[in-house]
Write a new protein. Structure first.
Length: 157
């Protein structure tokens, strides 16, 4: 019975030991993620500086918008597509800002929570909380996955 228990423990534990050693997740230090870098990304959005925003992202970056035709929103791949998506946000909401940004860093990911505030040309206002889950690779954002509450626009008063 003792041999069976030892064998069972070896069979059950060994795969997890090897799986833990082969993980590709890097720590925040290995990915060169700093609080200043995260805040710089937020500040670039609030400045509507698309080139500064893109400087924080990899060339093959992916932006998954919070809305769109697919289950994970609309997906934009590569800097040019991502640039156009961000420019469209700034065109739609010329006064867009992400207020009360807070974040935490965990391994190769950063989660940022924010309050988006913006006004469309027709005067309707959007005020909604949301978050981004960003995956980093070699010190830059490779995937920006956005989520937000689903709230109707506030009519012009």
């Amino acid at each position: 019975m003792k041999k069976i228990l030892i064998y069972l423990c070896i069979v059950l534990i060994t795969p997890y030991k090897f799986m833990a050693q082969t993980t590709t997740e890097k720590t925040a230090i290995q990915n060169k993620i700093t609080a200043n870098q995260v805040q710089g990304f937020v500040d670039a959005f609030n400045a509507h500086d698309v080139n500064a925003i893109l400087s924080f992202m990899t060339d093959d970056c992916v932006f998954k918008a919070s809305a769109g035709p697919d289950a994970d929103g609309e997906k934009f791949v590569g800097k040019e597509a991502v640039k156009k998506a961000f420019e469209e946000v700034f065109n739609t909401y010329p006064d867009a800002r992400w207020a009360n940004a807070t974040y935490f860093i965990a391994g190769d990911r950063v989660v940022t929570e924010w309050l988006f505030i913006g006004t469309k040309a027709d005067g309707s206002k959007m005020e909604v909380t949301g978050c981004d889950i960003c995956t980093y690779r070699d010190g830059k954002i490779s995937v920006k996955n956005s989520f937000r509450k689903n709230r109707p626009a506030i009519p012009k008063s």
